[in-house]
Each structure stands twice: as structure tokens, then as C-alpha cells.
Ligand binder design. Structure first.
Ligand code: GLA
Length: 389
């Protein structure tokens, strides 16, 4: 599935009565494994989706952002000289936030723009529609300003928009994969050094199936920030103990954690156990992907899901039901929730020859169990953010 760019340009012309000069696009993402590890300086293995956010634009002579969100059919106006959040149009905050970070970087947007935003990344589903919007916005300002940031630098700018402009303590995974993803590949990222490796998604005889619980995430940001705090508590308890040194959970082993068990609340212990074991699973999953070992990759994904449910406690009854049903179906190598959690999607590794039957049975079983209609999201690994013209 992909957005019809010509239709997007026509919609721009209709909305603004002029021809667009710039078209940019940036994808959502699904995370294969490595959940809640990024802000702990650990490892992640996401892939970009074919679902994306597209911005069609033309520069203005003033400093206004005159924006139209086609999906919601709403307009909003921003000012490049007064970069404040707008509670009435929170979607525009992502664009203003990117502009604000560009000012701090010494690359201020020189002109405003008329712009149309549209997309097919499901919102509030754990597939990073907001990172897609941020990275599309950055491409827009890059295109209008005639410069191009390096990939990791672009992702870091997106993370600062979240952390500083929007006050969310999120890590760097979503922006990184949205910017640096490559069709046919997953991206193994070291969230401390920001070094990465693109790994071909070629798992003989198996495919990923993404399934949405169609339950929007609730209270995600407050619970997310709570988890970030609990990880910091575990780090404080371990750092400085004999033989233990480090600033983030990435720096500690399970042995360190066991040694310091009594020095921290049981909850912080379990949160840290998830993160430390998840880093191990993520590295092992890369090896399994390179070896094309569906059985091993599936096993690691399922173990990640169990840890997210029991130790990190970021699943929901719907995510648990969907995962359990998936694992009971023939041809399923592994299943887990993906993204921040508390709702959203699962990712499943399934025998290619059985994928269709799997998807149908999963949707049927999920509706029977929860009374809610789920949705299958079909995507191959897609390309990262880019300027179309
Ligand atoms: C959200 C955040 C990411 C990451 C995931 C959980 O998507 O934006 O930085 O922490 O949750 O892995």
C-alpha cells in the first residue's frame, strides 16, 4: 500500500489554489525486537513500513506555516517566529518543534510554506505516526532550505523535538528508522553510539504479519515516563556498587542486577531485568535474522513479549489475547506486542505459506475473544524519509 502522490498534489492545489513545488515522505515503523531499550542506551531492530506521512508544499513570502491536514480535514496556522505549542492543533506542534530545533542548530527555516499533510500510518497504534510526521517535516525544511542533515543527526533532532519541545522522554528508535530505513531491510541500531547496520529481511519461508488490536493506547506518555524513571532507579542502585559501573542499563549484566537485588525496589528490579535480557535477545535476534533462522527468531520475539508482559508490564488485555491466539495457530514462529505498548499492534513471524490463513484466524479469534474488530497491516520493509522533489 502506498500514498498516491499525484492525488496528494491535486489535493494541495484544491486546498491552496496554487501548484506545489515540494513533495516529501517519511515512513512509520514496526519494531521486530528491542523494546524499551533505546532510552537505556541499548539495541533495537525495527524496520520502516510502506505506510507513510506525505507533505506537499510550496514556499510563502512570509514566515507563516499555513497547514492543512487532509486526513482530519482541518487547517491550522503556525508562525516560524513564535514557535509555541498549540493545544488546538497538536499535530502542528511536530512541524513547529522541528523548526524550533533547526533554529537551535543554526539552520533556521527562512520562509514559511503552504503545506498539506496526509498519510496512511495508523495513528496511536504503536507504529510511530508521530516520528513519520517529524521526519517528513524535517525533509520539508531541508528541501525548502537547500540543505541535508546526516541520518543520525536528523534522528537526534527528531528526538529533541520529542524530549525538549513536547516533553516526552522517548528514545531515538522511531526517528532513526523513519529516517534511515531501507526497503527490504531491518535496522540494527546501537542506541548509544548511533552506529547501525542494515540487515536484509530474508527469512526463508517466513514473513512478518502486523496486527492491530484497534485499541488506542491510553495514558501512554505518563506510563512511559514512569518506566523511564524506574530504569533510572535501578541504575542508581547498581552504579557504584563494587564491580558495577555505568550510567544506563546497557552497562549492566544480569549478574550485576542479581548482586544488587536488595538495593532496589522489586519493581525496579523487574524493569531492569526486562531491559538487560531484551538487549541480549535483540543481539541474538540479529544473528538469527542473518542466519535466516525463523524458529530462533520467533522464539526470541515470543520471549520478548513475555518479558514485556510480566516484567515491564506494558501490554494490555487485548495485546495479551492477540498474542496468545497467534501463538496457538499453525505456522506461527513467534508473536509479541510492538512499540511502546499499552495498546496498539502485535508483530508475528509466520510461515509464508500459511500467512493468509493465519491472518484470518487471528482476526476471527481476536473478535470472538474481545468483541473488538482487529486489523491486519500489510507492509514489506520500506524506505526511510526522502525528498521526492
Ligand atoms: C516508543 C518510543 C521509542 C521506544 C519505544 C519502545 O515508540 O518513541 O523511543 O522507546 O516506544 O521500545
Amino acid at each position: 500500500m502506498s500514498i498516491d502522490l499525484e492525488a496528494a498534489e491535486r489535493a494541495f492545489e484544491e486546498a491552496f489554489g496554487r501548484i506545489a513545488s515540494t513533495v516529501v515522505r517519511a515512513p512509520g515503523r514496526v519494531n521486530i525486537i528491542g523494546e524499551h531499550t533505546d532510552y537505556n542506551h541499548g539495541f533495537v531492530l525495527p524496520m520502516a513500513l510502506e505506510q507513510e506521512t506525505v507533505i506537499v508544499a510550496a514556499p510563502r513570502d512570509d514566515r507563516k506555516l499555513n497547514a492543512f491536514a487532509l486526513n482530519m480535514n482541518v487547517r491550522a496556522e503556525g508562525d516560524l517566529d513564535h514557535r509555541a505549542r498549540d493545544p488546538e492543533a497538536s499535530w502542528l506542534d511536530y512541524l513547529i518543534g522541528v523548526a524550533d530545533e533547526l533554529v537551535k542548530l543554526g539552520k533556521p527555516p527562512r520562509r514559511g510554506a503552504d503545506l498539506l499533510v496526509m498519510g496512511d500510518v495508523p495513528v496511536a497504534s504503536g507504529l510511530s505516526s508521530s516520528a513519520a510526521l517529524e521526519m517528513a517535516a524535517l525533509c520539508l525544511f531541508e528541501s525548502l532550505g537547500g540543505f541535508r542533515l546526516e541520518g543520525a543527526e536528523a534522528a537526534r533532532l527528531g528526538q529533541r523535538v520529542e524530549n525538549d519541545f513536547l516533553s516526552l522522554s522517548t528514545g531515538i528508535m522511531d526517528q532513526f528508522i523513519s529516517r534511515c530505513g531501507k526497503a527490504g531491510h531491518a535496522l540494527f541500531l546501537d542506541c548509544r553510539s548511533h552506529e547501525y547496520e542494515l540487515i536484509p529481511v530474508v527469512i526463508p519461508g517466513a514473513v512478518f504479519v502486523i496486527a492491530s488490536t484497534c485499541c488506542a493506547r491510553g495514558l501512554t506518555s505518563s506510563k512511559y515516563n514512569e518506566r523511564v524513571g524506574e530504569c533510572a532507579t535501578a541504575v542508581r542502585a547498581m552504579a557504584g556498587k563494587p564491580g558495577c559501573a555505568g550510567t544506563h542499563l546497557r552497562d549492566f549484566t544480569l549478574d550485576d542486577l542479581e548482586q544488587c537485588r536488595d538495593a532496589m525496589p522489586p519493581l525496579a528490579f523487574r524493569r531492569a531485568r526486562h531491559v538487560i535480557t531484551e538487549d541480549e535477545r535483540t543481539r541474538a535476534a540479529c544473528a538469527a535474522m542473518r542466519a535466516g533462522d525463523a524458529g530462533e527468531l520467533g522464539r526470541l520475539m515470543t520471549a520478548s513479549g513475555v518479558s514485556l508482559r510480566d516484567d515491564y508490564e506494558v501490554t494490555s488485555p487485548e495485546l495479551d489475547a492477540m498474542t496468545e491466539i497467534a501463538l496457538s495457530l499453525p505456522g506461527c514462529h513467534g508473536a509479541r506486542m510492538t512499540g511502546a505498548g499499552f495498546g496498539g499492534c502485535t508483530i508475528n513471524l509466520v510461515d509464508a505459506s500459511r500467512a493468509e490463513g493465519f491472518a484470518e484466524a487471528l482476526m476471527r479469534g481476536y473478535t470472538e475473544r474481545t468483541g473488538t474488530q482487529g486489523e491486519i497491516i500489510v507492509s514489506k520493509p520500506g524506505d526511510g524519509a526522502r525528498i521526492v522533489r
